[in-house]
Design a binder for this molecule. Structure first.
Ligand code: SF4
Length: 440
């Protein structure tokens, strides 16, 4: 059997970052070795995202770059995994690009066998079988970060009208509680201090009688784990019990990522989101009254089919009213096969760009105000490691997920410290003053 040196390039969400770890474990388990960079590898896998047209175009550009280098490197194999592999399947091998394998998110267990049997002369292999039972566990032998993603469920049953995820990642299923806890304990033994629980809709997690609130309790009880984060929460499923656990469990960070998408009830209905803006605001009020200062972050999409100027203004008003700590902001792009792709994409591109510019400008001003208010306050930081940009400085995150920078003196990676905020920029807070160990 030919042992390969593999390199995985990951695009898209945290779920893909987790899956790349899973693929790496599968391949090393079969005797293949990870390479430090694409140039040193003889197997390059691109883990892809289909959520937006732009994400797919970026991947296609990268694939065509690598494919072009295959002329001079006849031993190099190129594979596509992830959501684009599932969505496009065989079509990817029918382009001029020289792609050797295409494997969807439910078929990573087959990768070892596929690669073993694959030679450069062989026809491409396409494996995109969907398996509604498919679950993976990530058990790395070493882990060099203090923060790890842990997938608690896969797939999605919500069918938001613009979204391709239920088609490429399949129906929603939850991982057994015991398996999740085992994985987290294993990661803690490898030095992990923070676990981010991942799912398309974590609030609908269920294993027997245990729902998401119960899972948070079980994870919080893992000894040595300092922090717990989770994403994504769907506003229609966020139960008051989860808000209570954020308030009461010491490890759960005071941060809720709650995608709003639009401030217009008409557009929310057309998106099939299952809540109105009033419902959304009630949840935010509940969270903020239970946990004063909780960070609320969101996703905003502009230019959905039929979005009028007044719908867009409703979104701007909602953003002002809620004052999100941060937001991912996007222009709508039709995804073939979704319900919304059948609607007339009637907001002109220039208007979409203008609307996106307005939401970004508004959000930036909200972030600037929130950051200024942090000056002189103390924040708790989990130190993630040395700053790549500034020697002598460490980088970490506050409980509310602000990126923070602090001097290296007497502090090490993995420690939780309390520091005073001495400076702020839009994307970073600086803590150049007093720093002490948390609990000291
Ligand atoms: S909740 Fe909606 S937007 Fe999120 S993955 Fe599921 S279908 Fe897509």
């Amino acid at each position: 059997m030919i042992k390969r040196r593999f390199y995985i390039e990951t695009y898209g969400c945290q779920m893909n970052i987790y899956d790349s770890g899973v693929i790496s474990e599968i391949l090393t388990g079969q005797g293949h070795e990870p390479a430090d960079c694409a140039a040193e590898a003889d197997l390059i896998l691109i883990n892809t995202c289909s959520v937006r047209d732009r994400a797919e175009r970026k991947v296609l550009t990268r694939l065509s770059e690598i494919s072009a280098t295959k002329k001079g490197r006849p031993d190099l194999l190129l594979g596509v995994v992830g959501c684009m592999a599932q969505r496009l399947g065989k079509k990817l091998t029918e382009t001029w690009m020289k792609i050797d394998l295409v494997v969807g998110p439910d078929s990573y267990d087959t990768l070892g066998g596929i690669i073993t049997g694959l030679t450069v002369e062989r026809d491409p292999v396409v494996e995109t079988t969907q398996d509604s039972e498919c679950m993976y566990a990530h058990r790395p032998k070493t882990f060099d970060s203090v923060s790890a993603f842990v997938t608690i469920m896969r797939g999605c049953d919500n069918f938001c009208s613009y979204c391709i995820v239920p088609y490429v990642r399949g129906r929603e299923r939850s991982r057994p509680l015991g398996d999740i806890i085992k994985e987290i304990k294993h990661l803690v033994e490898l030095g992990v201090k923070e676990a981010t629980l991942l799912g398309q809709n974590v609030n609908s997690y269920r294993d027997g009688k245990t729902g998401f609130a119960g899972l948070l309790e079980a994870v919080d009880a893992v000894e040595g784990l300092e922090r717990i984060r989770f994403t994504t929460s769907h506003p229609k499923d966020l139960a008051p019990g989860v808000i209570e656990r954020i308030r009461d469990l010491p490890g759960v960070c005071e941060h809720l990522h709650l995608p709003l998408q639009s401030g217009s009830d008409r557009i929310l209905a057309s998106m099939n989101r299952g809540y109105s803006y009033g419902d959304y605001r009630r949840i935010v009020n509940l969270a903020r009254s239970a946990i004063p200062g909780i960070a609320i972050t969101t996703d905003i999409m502009v230019g959905f089919p039929g979005e009028t100027r007044s719908d867009h203004e409703a979104t701007l008003r909602a953003m002002e009213e809620i004052a999100f700590e941060s937001a991912f902001m996007f222009k709508y792009s039709a995804r073939e096969g979704t319900h919304a792709a059948g609607l007339t994409d009637d907001v002109e591109e220039a208007e979409k760009v203008a609307r996106l510019g307005q939401v970004i400008e508004l959000e930036n001003s909200i972030i600037d105000t929130k950051k200024q208010a942090l000056l002189g306050k103390e924040v708790e930081i989990l130190v993630e490691g040395e700053s790549r940009r500034e020697s002598g400085f460490l980088i970490g995150r506050t409980r509310k997920n602000w990126l923070a920078k602090l001097p290296q003196k007497g502090v090490s990676k993995g420690e939780v410290v309390v520091a005073e905020v001495t400076g702020v920029t839009r994307w970073m807070i600086s803590c150049d003053g007093s720093v002490r160990k948390a609990g000291a």
